[in-house]
Design a binder for this molecule. Structure first.
Ligand SMILES: Nc1ncnc2c1ncn2[C@@H]1O[C@H](COP(=O)(O)OP(=O)(O)OP(=O)(O)O)[C@@H](O)[C@H]1O
Ligand SMILES: [Mg+2]
Length: 408
């Protein structure tokens, strides 16, 4: 029996709509109910049906304050967060440790009650619904499988709670196990699996309820670099195949950039930017976002605006329409080119040869103020540490030195 035949079975035995189901899901249920007899399920129809399972997630003014009992000290973990996660998309939630990523997920899942604000799944206001009524699948960093249960029992466990008949539950578990490619490991115990395999069990267990929303909180952090890469491709594939709206929490910008349809960057509980990964990289709204994305991190060079001129180390680099103020000039390593007539003069401190390219670590004023430029090895072949070098740059950002706001 193929994967899609198994889903056919599932749809034939569709359960009654749940209280927390969205309008779309309810309507789909009714439609399926009425056409059950004559329904012909071909692969394309099923794929389309699954695509409809994701809903839009809308957070409005979402806020979470924690109050320490002894001191009454208040931590604002999430601060007036407004964001819309499009239906059926994979969105990476990105930010440094302690910025409120997990707290946001806990509120979406219903494990934390927000201090203020609302959460919508499609047209449904789920803010006050208990977790089990929301139709969510959750995978945490420590994937907490039940050690005494087999893979199959672990995956089936949520369905037992939902009182799904055993035969049906087994079929669904098998389908999900095949989707995450552990179909042949169903009788093993978790301690007989590799980290990546355990991770897949956790994902299958989250998906088996056919959730409207999949929430993944740093699900790959316990895996080694290679397995991480492999698993993130897997998550992307599974998400595409199921069409479930997915939020993927990570503090690894490369991971978020590589698998997300959109990324949401937050800091100190506040949303900084939400857009397609490449757009956020190319057009960061502020210095924090610019610094958070990219490896090596963007170069920040201190300078000032005076009489409409951008000045670094006493040299005029640009004419700009900005008021006099101290600024930070942001230039990514790959924006630089070696050019004998270039405007930015520096001294070579260090050369890192990386295949065809060379990373030049150069200083502007003194050795403590260095920046990195990634250039073709060919263009610096006659240069050595201690030599003067001139650069041009194809693009740059200007940030307010105090607020980090982007000015250009
Ligand atoms: N139960 C709690 N009681 C008090 N403060 C909390 C609680 N949970 C989280 N916080 C605080 O809220 C802030 C956000 O925490 P959160 O766990 O959401 O961060 P995170 O972005 O997930 O970080 P990490 O990347 O380290 O997992 C932190 O300052 C944290 O100390
Ligand atoms: Mg966290």
């Amino acid at each position: 029996m193929g994967i899609f035949d198994k889903i056919k079975e599932k749809f034939k035995k569709k359960e009654k709509p749940q209280a927390g189901d969205s309008k779309e899901v309810k309507e789909k249920d009714l439609a399926l109910e009425s056409t059950k007899e004559e329904a012909v399920f071909d692969t394309e129809t099923i794929k389309k049906d699954m695509k409809n399972m994701g809903v839009e997630i809308r957070l409005e003014g979402l806020t979470k304050e924690f109050v320490e009992k002894k001191t009454n000290r208040i931590t604002v973990a999430v601060d007036n967060f407004d964001v819309t996660i499009p239906a059926g998309k994979l969105v990476g939630l990105l930010g440094p440790s302690g910025c409120g990523k997990s707290t946001t997920l806990y509120m979406i899942s219903g494990l934390h009650q927000p201090t203020a604000g609302r959460i919508y799944f499609g047209d449904d206001d789920v803010t006050n619904l208990p977790p089990e009524k929301r139709g969510i699948g959750l995978v945490f960093q420590n994937y907490s499988l039940y050690p005494h249960m087999t893979v199959k029992q672990n995956i089936m466990f949520p369905l037992e709670n939902m009182k799904v008949p055993k035969e049906e539950a087994e079929k669904r578990a098998q389908y999900m196990a095949e989707l995450v490619q552990i179909g042949d490991l169903m009788n093993r115990k978790p301690n007989q699996l590799s980290g990546g395999q355990q991770q897949r069990v956790a994902i299958a267990r989250a998906l088996v309820k056919m959730p409207r929303v999949l929430l993944l909180d740093e699900p790959l952090s316990n895996l080694d670099a290679r397995l991480r890469m492999q698993m993130r491709e897997e998550i992307r594939r599974i998400q595409r195949e199921t069409g479930i709206t997915t939020i993927f929490v990570t503090h690894d910008q490369e991971e978020a950039m590589s698998i997300s349809d959109e990324i949401v960057v937050m800091k100190d509980g506040v949303l900084h930017q939400k857009d397609k990964p490449q757009h956020v990289y190319n057009e960061p709204v502020d210095e924090f976002v610019a610094k958070f994305l990219g490896n090596p991190p963007i170069n920040i060079i201190e300078g000032k605006i005076e009489d409409g001129k951008l000045i670094v180390n006493g040299k005029v680099l640009e004419k700009v329409k900005l008021e006099d103020q101290p600024i930070h000039l942001g230039i990514r390593a790959e924006f630089f080119q070696v050019d004998p007539k270039g405007r930015l003069e520096a001294e070579i401190e260090f050369l890192e040869h990386i295949g065809r390219d060379t990373m030049v670590i150069a200083s502007i004023e003194d050795a403590s103020k260095t920046f990195k430029a990634l250039v073709s090895a060919q263009t610096i072949k006659d240069l050595e540490v201690g030599h003067k070098i001139r650069f041009n740059y194809s693009s740059y950002f200007v940030f307010n030195a105090e607020t980090g706001e982007r000015l250009i």
